[in-house]
Design a protein around this ligand. Sequence first.
Ligand SMILES: C[S@@+](CC[C@H](N)C(=O)[O-])C[C@H]1O[C@@H](n2cnc3c(N)ncnc32)[C@H](O)[C@@H]1O
Length: 354
Amino acid sequence: MSDDPIALAEALIASGRAAEAAQGLRARLAAGRGGLLARLTLVRALSASGQTQGALEEAREAVALNPGTAVAVLALGEALLAAELLPAAIAELQRALRLDPDMDVARLRLAQAWLKAGEAQRALGVLDTLEASPQTQMLEQLARTMLAAPRSDAGYVRHLFDQFAGDYDQRMIGQLGYTAPRILLDLASLVMPGRQDLAILDLGCGTGLAGLAFKSFAARLDGVDLSPLMVEKARARGIYDHLVVADLETALAEQGPVYDLVLAADTFVYLGDLAAVFAGVAGRLAPDGFLLFTTEAGEGEGFELGPKRRWRHSEAYLRQAAIKAGLQVAGLVAATPRHEKGQPVEGFAVALCR
Ligand SMILES: C[S@@+](CC[C@H](N)C(=O)[O-])C[C@H]1O[C@@H](n2cnc3c(N)ncnc32)[C@H](O)[C@@H]1O
């Protein structure tokens, strides 16, 4: 093996002994015998040995010591990407490219970060600026598959709501005049009057606004949502019995409890094709159970993606999809779950039962 400590560490990483490489480099740096290259190699060794947090800390240190150095900023962007801290990763990768516009590896990582965040169009924009390679072609294929999917990408939804979570309630209630929970309460009083002590599942529970509205009817209240930060807010309310961070289509397809009431307040606007969710709910409803949800109203026979990247469903589609899943329409009324720029957004409030 080489005497050069960096070459030695690289060889150890290449032979699957990254943790050993990290240990050696740490000792060197602690003894004041390593510079930027040693620290960046340490970041790579820590990443390769699965020490994501350690890699992130060392990458931050590398940038603190070398703030204007593109390779250090790139390493931080990569470490943030590995830790799935996407907005920060994207910002650092863009900064690396401002420092060195020719850095193709930063461009490639930026495309990967946009893809992870479900931003296929932006990923394609970056990939267009790179020479074609098997890796760019694979990423392009992924982006095109994402764009053609009949629902919003899970990464996009997670990223979007993780960013919103901090001030979601104020924005929804204050700026957007959000009333979906209230609308669903009114619909419940029509289709299932007087029912109490219900086992309730809140699909796309977000921060828990619909859960809060229905809590007094619940013997058990469960929630599922893709966004960890929204779920954190819901958990802080202390009203849910069980909360899970998951895609609702996946969660419904698994074995689990049966519910008297399944809610989806302003959630199906992130799902175009509702076949999977209706089938999943049908398998989880008690014989006298209901699914109550709001949608944005679309035209014609199907569903379409609106300009705000929210899906709209036509009445005809909702009725057909319900029948296909073996569910009956117990109620379907026009509703305005929210406003945008002061204008009402037309929608439906729907009750399905078995
Ligand atoms: C507009 S918010 C509504 C939140 C809550 N129902 C309310 O009334 O405030 C939509 C929520 O649905 C979640 N969501 C969207 N698609 C989802 C999916 N496929 N699986 C799980 N959660 C999803 C989002 O993360 C977000 O928290």
